[in-house]
Design a protein around this ligand. Structure first.
Ligand code: SF4
Ligand code: SF4
Length: 435
């Protein structure tokens, strides 16, 4: 298939060299380490705790069950004792209910997930959620209510600094392919595409060798941010456009991240629950690394493992610099959707003093969703949410391209993110009034 590309986007400094050559290292658990595992690890209903304070648990053991179809179970990431079920820090939601566990040893074994009747149930039982950041329960995506003809495996990793997917593609390429083929076969999907940005030639070479044997098509992607956005990736690889407010299913496509494909393989072939993930730790730390981390581990432990800070940290971001979120506490735990920890010092941060819009139009050219950020910004400032809705702000994917190119340093994307929350509440109220 030809490469169709997508409109807009930017070419930021990628800054991946500090960790792109760093093989994944397992973060060893020490007796006395405490993990805090939020019960909201995913989009949908939080899981319900099934353990009690003081209970002994093993790594991989179920500690919270799914609370409905759009929900995913949670498993212990260490062997140890439950300290309590209480409010814990969540990187996106402030504080949520969670389970704290004190590790007693560095257990290499895990409790396998239970036998299930179907592929989808095996994925749900292992607590698999999207590892690319959105954290949607994977079994839901794998139960499409309509026909899908294309499975797209996302190896773009277009966010600067992050290299966790790249290392997965180097070190677990066969497992990713096998996971993808498992999904393809179980869902009877005709086309399997694995898409990787061209700035990862070593990954591309590995997958190229397996292309014929496993019957997929490898698409090397032009390097442009946000190439890994679902809608941008679908447009670039299939020339299909997902309609506003709709899911990729609408155009017959399912997208899964490379890490999720490997997790599906682990769940089906090894009954391994999702209790750990690879996280890139980079920026102003002494030894940047890619670490395999138990879910619930606090950021402070990752920083310690990387030799501590260089200089004085000013801002710590969970995720990449474009779409990641700043955290306010070093005790914030790694969750299933955490791809990176990025540390900035004051001198690494740009001057963010805003000035009035000069109507240069750069944000309009950069927007990959064909929105008009400069006009939307005027409504954000005035808190005019109905007008923002008319300007299709709900279609904003919060990629940050507009903010990146703005010479007036308008904090465009963060304004749209906050406004979307207001509008969602407005829509819910409207629906309740009309019910
Ligand atoms: S953050 Fe939203 S408005 Fe800005 S470029 Fe991205 S999609 Fe467009
Ligand atoms: S890039 Fe900034 S200054 Fe230029 S039109 Fe957009 S908001 Fe205005």
């Amino acid at each position: 298939m030809p490469f169709f590309g997508f409109k807009g986007g930017i070419h930021p400094q990628y800054n991946k060299s500090a960790t792109s050559g760093c093989a994944v290292e397992r973060l060893a658990v020490k007796a006395g380490d405490i993990v805090s595992i939020p019960l909201s690890q995913h989009i949908g209903a939080p899981a319900k705790a099934v353990v009690t304070k003081g209970q002994q648990v093993k790594k991989g053991e179920l500690i919270a069950e799914a609370a409905g179809f759009i929900s995913s179970p949670v498993h212990s990431s260490v062997t140890g004792k439950v300290l309590g079920i209480a409010s814990v820090i969540h990187p996106m939601a402030g504080r949520v209910e969670g389970i704290s566990i004190e590790a007693e040893c560095d257990d290499e074994d895990f409790v396998p997930a239970p036998d299930t009747e179907t592929f989808q149930k095996a994925v749900q039982a292992a607590g698999i959620t999207g590892l690319g950041g959105a954290s949607f329960p994977s079994h839901v995506k794998l139960s499409p209510p309509k026909e899908v003809d294309t499975l797209l495996i996302n190896g773009a990793e277009c966010e600067p600094y992050l290299t966790c997917d790249h290392r997965m593609m180097i070190e677990r390429s066969l497992d990713i392919v096998k996971g993808a083929v498992l999904i393809q076969k179980n869902l009877k999907i005709k086309n399997l595409i694995i898409a990787i940005e061209k700035n990862k030639p070593a990954s591309i070479a590995l997958f190229r060798k397996m292309e014929k044997e496993y019957g997929f098509e490898l698409i090397p992607l032009d390097v442009k941010y946000p190439q890994g956005g679902e809608k941008q990736l679908i447009k670039a690889c299939t020339d299909r456009i997902v309609p506003e407010g709709k899911l990729p299913l609408e155009v017959g496509v399912i997208v899964h991240n490379v890490g999720t494909a490997a997790a599906v393989y682990d769940a089906v072939e090894h009954k391994k629950p999702l209790f750990e993930r690879v996280v890139t730790v980079t920026g102003a730390v002494r030894n940047p690394k890619n670490l395999l981390v138990p879910i619930g581990t606090p950021i402070s432990r990752l920083i310690e493992e990387c030799g501590g800070f260089i200089g004085v940290p000013r801002k710590i971001v969970m995720g990449g610099p474009m779409m990641g979120l700043a955290v306010s506490s070093m005790e914030t735990p790694v969750i299933k959707g955490t791809s990176g920890i990025l540390v900035y010092r004051q001198e690494d941060l740009p001057d963010l003093k805003q000035t009035p819009c000069i109507r240069c139009g750069r944000c309009v050219d950069a927007c990959p969703m064909a929105l008009v950020p400069s006009a939307m910004d005027r409504y954000v400032v005035r808190e005019m949410y109905e007008a923002l809705e008319e300007y299709h702000v709900m279609n904003c994917i919060e990629c940050g391209c507009c903010t990146y190119v703005c010479p007036a340093r308008r904090t465009l994307a963060s304004g749209f993110r906050t406004s979307k929350r207001h509008i969602l509440r407005m829509i819910k109220e409207r629906e309740a009034n009309n019910a």
